[in-house]
Design a protein around this ligand. Structure first.
Ligand code: PMP
Ligand code: GLU
Length: 397
C-alpha cells in the first residue's frame, strides 16, 4: 500500500510559498537574493493591534478555545466593517471567522462540493484555488482569460464552460496575480449569469482595499439582492492590515453554507487562534488610517515599478489597478535569452540574477511571471534593475 493518499497525487505544493522558501534558503546560505516572490506586506502590524493581542494574553482571553466561528465580538466587528465598507448587512448566523482566507476557502469547498462537482476558475488564478477544489474531490474547470480583455472572464466564456455539474465560480477582484478589477457592468453580467444558472459565486475580496490611481472596487454582492444571496463573500485581515502571520479570514453569506463550514472547522481547526482574534477585532474596529497609509505606499511602488518593468525588452505588462502584483508576459524575453520555457527563465533569474519571482505556470499562465511589489521601493527597484541587466546580458550572449 502506498504511503501517500491517491488524493495527494494530483496536488502540488503552493508555488508562491515554495518560491519564497527557496529564496529564504539561498539567503541563509549567504547569497544576496532579492525576493519579489511572496504576496505579503512588508509592513509591521500596527502597534495598536499588537497591543490588543498582548492585552488578550494578559487578561486571560487568549488561553481558551473560542466558539468555532470566532468570538462574538469579532463576528460583530466583521459585520460592522462590512456594513461600513460595502453597505451590506448580514445576520449573526451568516458569518464565520477562520484561520486566514485560505482556510475559509478550504472549509467552503469541503462544505459545498460533492465528488466531481465543477468549479469555474479563471486563469490566471491564485495558486490555491485549483488545489483546494481537488482536495474537496471537486473538479476545477479553468477558463483561460485573455490579455486583450485585461485577463477578465466574459459571459460568452462562462456559457462555453458551464455543465450540469457546475456548482460554483470563483471571482477574485482585484486579482492575484493580474491586479485587474472588474467594472460594475462586468460584475453585473457575471452576477446575473450566476443567478440565472444557480451557480454559487465565491467572491474573494481579500485585496478589496488595495486599489490605486483612482480606480474603484465594487463588491459583486452589492449589485442586487439576488446576487448577494448567491454570493459567499471572502475576506480577511492579512493584506489590508499587514497581518499575514496572524491567520484571520472570514466569510459571509448563505447561513446554511456558513453552518456547514463551521461544522468542517469544528473537526479540523476548532477555532481560529484566540489571540489573533483579539488582534483582528482591533484591526477591524480601530482607526482605518493605517490601511490608507499602506495603500498609498503600495500605489507609489506600483507607479515606480511598472515603467521599469515595461522597459525590459520582451516584457509585456498591463498596468494593474489593485492588489500588489505585476504579471508581465515574458515569453519573448525568455526565448530571446535562450530559454525554451518561462519556468526555466524564472529559474535563471533566481539562480543567476538572484531575484526570486514566481513562475506564471503556477497561476495557470505559463507565459507570465509574477512580481510582488509588497516590498520597499529600494529593494523593488534594485530587483527589477537586476532582472533588466540579466535579460540584456543573456540576449547578448
Ligand atoms: N486569496 C487570495 C487571492 C490570496 O492572494 C491569498 C494570499 N494569501 C489568500 C486568499 C489567502 O490569504 P490569507 O489566508 O492570508 O488570509
Ligand atoms: N497569497 C500570497 C501569494 O500569492 C501568499 C502566499 C500564498 O498563500 O499563496 O503570494
Amino acid at each position: 500500500m502506498g504511503l501517500i493518499s491517491d488524493r495527494m497525487k494530483t496536488i502540488g505544493p503552493s508555488v508562491t510559498l515554495a518560491t519564497s522558501a527557496k529564496a529564504k534558503q539561498l539567503k541563509a546560505a549567504g547569497i544576496d537574493v532579492i525576493s519579489l516572490a511572496v504576496g505579503e506586506p512588508d509592513f509591521q502590524t500596527a502597534d495598536s493591534i499588537k497591543q490588543a493581542a498582548i492585552q488578550a494574553i494578559e487578561n486571560g482571553n487568549a488561553s481558551y478555545y473560542t466558539p468555532t466561528p470566532g468570538v462574538p465580538a469579532l463576528r460583530q466587528a466583521v459585520l460592522k466593517r462590512t456594513a461600513e465598507d460595502l453597505n451590506l448587512d448580514y445576520e449573526d448566523n451568516q458569518v464565520i471567522v477562520a484561520d486566514g482566507a485560505k482556510n475559509v476557502l478550504y472549509n467552503l469547498f469541503q462544505a459545498i462540493l460533492n465528488e466531481k462537482d465543477e468549479v469555474l476558475i479563471f486563469a490566471p488564478y491564485w495558486v490555491s484555488y485549483t488545489e483546494q477544489v481537488k482536495l474537496a474531490s471537486g473538479t476545477p474547470v479553468t477558463i483561460s482569460t485573455e490579455a486583450k480583455n485585461d485577463y477578465k472572464v466574459t459571459v460568452a466564456e462562462l456559457d462555453a464552460a458551464i455543465t450540469s455539474k457546475t456548482k460554483a465560480l470563483i471571482l477574485n477582484s482585484p486579482s492575484n496575480p493580474t491586479g485587474m478589477i472588474y467594472s460594475k457592468e462586468e460584475l453585473l453580467a457575471i452576477g446575473n449569469w450566476a443567478v440565472k444558472h444557480n451557480i454559487l459565486i465565491v467572491s474573494d475580496e481579500i485585496y478589496g482595499k488595495l486599489i490605486y490611481n483612482g480606480h474603484e472596487f465594487i463588491s459583486i454582492a452589492t449589485l442586487s439582492d439576488e446576487i448577494k444571496a448567491q454570493t459567499i463573500l471572502v475576506n480577511g485581515v492579512s493584506k489590508s492590515y499587514a497581518m499575514t502571520g496572524w491567520r484571520i479570514g472570514y466569510a459571509l453569506g448563505n447561513p446554511e453554507i456558513i453552518k456547514a463550514m463551521i461544522d468542517v472547522a469544528s473537526h479540523s481547526t476548532s477555532n481560529p487562534t484566540a489571540v489573533s482574534q483579539y488582534a483582528a477585532i482591533e484591526a477591524l474596529t480601530g482607526s482605518q488610517e493605517i490601511v490608507e497609509k499602506m495603500r498609498l505606499a503600495f500605489e507609489e511602488r506600483l507607479n515606480t515599478a511598472y515603467p521599469l518593468l515595461a522597459a525590459i525588452p520582451g516584457f509585456e505588462v498591463i498596468k494593474p489597478h489593485g492588489a500588489f502584483y505585476l504579471f508581465p508576459n515574458v515569453r519573448q524575453a525568455a526565448l530571446a535569452c535562450g530559454f525554451t520555457t518561462v519556468d526555466e527563465f524564472v529559474d535563471g533569474i533566481l539562480m543567476e540574477a538572484h531575484v526570486a519571482v514566481v513562475q506564471g505556470s503556477g497561476f495557470g499562465s505559463k507565459d507570465n511571471l509574477r512580481i510582488s511589489y509588497a516590498t520597499d521601493l529600494e529593494t523593488l527597484t534594485k530587483g527589477i534593475e537586476r532582472i533588466h541587466q540579466y535579460v540584456l546580458s543573456k540576449m547578448n550572449d
